[in-house]
Design a protein around this ligand. Structure first.
Ligand code: ATR
Length: 291
C-alpha cells in the first residue's frame, strides 16, 4: 500500500523495541483490510517517555501500544485511564480521544478472548490457579475475576508477591483468592482447579528446556492448562500437560487477541484475527531459522 498524506499513524513505544511482533501483525491487518494506516515501532528510553508522548500528540498519532519498561510509568502522561487498566496497574494501549490520551490494558482481554474462542472455556463460576504474581499475572487475574470466576488463586516462587496479588484481587474485585508458594503445589492441592494459567517467562526460548514450574503430577486430566509463553509454541508445561491428558492453550492466542483488541480501539473495526495469526506464525518461523 502506498501511503498518501491521508495515512493514519499508530505505533508502539518500548525499550528495546526492534524485536516487537506488533508492527508486522498490525501492518498485515491494515493491508488485508485495505486501510491506509501504518504501525511504527518507536524506540523510547525511560528518560524520554514524557517528551515522546508529547511528540506523538503533536504529530497527530491516533494511538499507540506501550511495552516494557513503560507500562506503569506511562500512566502519569495520560489524561484518562480505563478502570480495568487501573486495576491491572498497567497500560498497554493508548487512544487519542477528545484531544487527550486514554489508557487501556488489552492483555487481560486478549487472554480472555483466546480462552473463549480457542479453548471454549468460560471463566464464570470456575476455579482458576494462576502461576506467577508479576504484571502479566495481575492483568490476567483481574480479567478473570471481573468475568466472574469463582476463585483466582495465586502460586508464586516468592510467597509474599503471591499474597500481595491475592489480596489485591480480593480487595478490588471481591473474588475469592488465596496465595501459595510454588512448593505447596501438591497434586491434592491442585486437583480442585478447572484451569491452571502459567503467567511467567519461565520456559521461554532459548531457555525452553526446563522442567515446568508446576510439576507434571500436579496437573490433572480434567484441567485446561494455559501458558502465556508463546516461544516455543508448545512449552515444557504444555507438553507435560498434554502427556497427562489435559487440554492445553498456548500463549500465541493471547498475543494475537491483545493486538486485535488494540486494533479495534483505534480503528473501530473488527480486527482480522486470522491474518494477524498467520503473520505472527510467519515471523516466529523466520526467527526460529538459523541465520
Ligand atoms: P511480568 O510483568 O512479565 O509478569 P514481573 O512482574 O517481573 O514480569 O514478574 C515475573 C514473574 O515471573 C514473577 O511471578 C516471578 O516470580 P518472583 O515473584 O518469585 O520473582 C516469576 N519468575 C521469574 N523468574 C522465575 C524463576 N526462575 N522461577 C520462578 N518464577 C520466576
Amino acid at each position: 500500500m502506498t501511503l498518501t498524506g491521508a495515512a493514519r499513524v499508530v505505533g508502539v513505544i518500548g525499550d528495546p523495541i526492534a524485536h516487537s511482533l506488533s508492527p508486522p501483525m498490525h501492518n498485515a491487518a491494515f493491508a488485508a483490510l485495505g486501510m491506509e494506516w501504518v504501525y511504527v515501532p518507536f524506540h523510547v528510553r525511560s528518560e524520554a517517555l514524557g517528551a515522546a508522548v508529547a511528540g506523538l500528540a503533536a504529530l497527530g498519532v491516533v494511538g499507540f501500544n506501550v511495552t516494557v519498561p513503560h507500562k506503569v510509568a506511562i500512566v502519569r502522561y495520560l489524561d484518562d485511564v480505563d478502570p480495568g487498566a487501573r486495576l491491572m496497574g498497567a497500560v498497554n494501549t493508548v487512544v487519542r480521544r477528545d484531544g487527550g490520551w486514554t489508557g487501556y490494558n488489552t492483555d487481560g482481554l486478549g487472554f480472555l478472548r483466546s480462552l473463549r474462542t480457542e479453548a471454549g472455556f468460560e471463566p464464570r463460576g470456575r476455579r482458576i490457579l494462576l502461576v506467577g504474581a508479576g504484571g502479566a499475572a495481575r492483568a490476567v487475574g483481574v480479567q478473570l475475576a471481573l468475568e466472574g470466576a469463582e476463585r483466582v488463586d495465586v502460586a508464586n516462587r516468592t510467597y509474599e508477591r503471591a499474597a500481595a496479588l491475592a489480596e489485591l484481587l480480593r480487595a478490588q474485585t471481591g473474588v475469592a483468592a488465596r496465595p501459595y508458594a510454588l512448593s505447596e503445589l501438591h497434586p491434592a492441592v491442585t486437583q480442585d482447579y478447572d484451569a491452571v494459567v502459567h503467567t511467567t517467562s519461565w520456559g521461554m526460548a532459548p531457555h525452553a528446556d526446563v522442567p515446568p514450574l508446576v510439576p507434571a503430577d500436579a496437573l490433572h486430566p480434567h484441567q485446561l492448562v494455559c501458558d502465556i509463553v508463546y516461544t516455543p509454541e508448545e512449552t515444557s508445561l504444555l507438553r507435560a500437560a498434554r502427556a497427562r491428558g489435559c487440554r492445553v492453550l498456548p500463549g500465541m492466542g493471547m498475543l494475537v487477541h491483545q493486538a486485535a483488541a488494540a486494533f479495534e480501539l483505534w480503528t473501530g473495526r473488527t480486527a482480522p484475527v486470522d491474518v494477524m495469526y498467520n503473520e505472527l506464525r510467519k515471523c516466529l518461523q523466520r526467527r526460529a531459522q538459523p541465520e
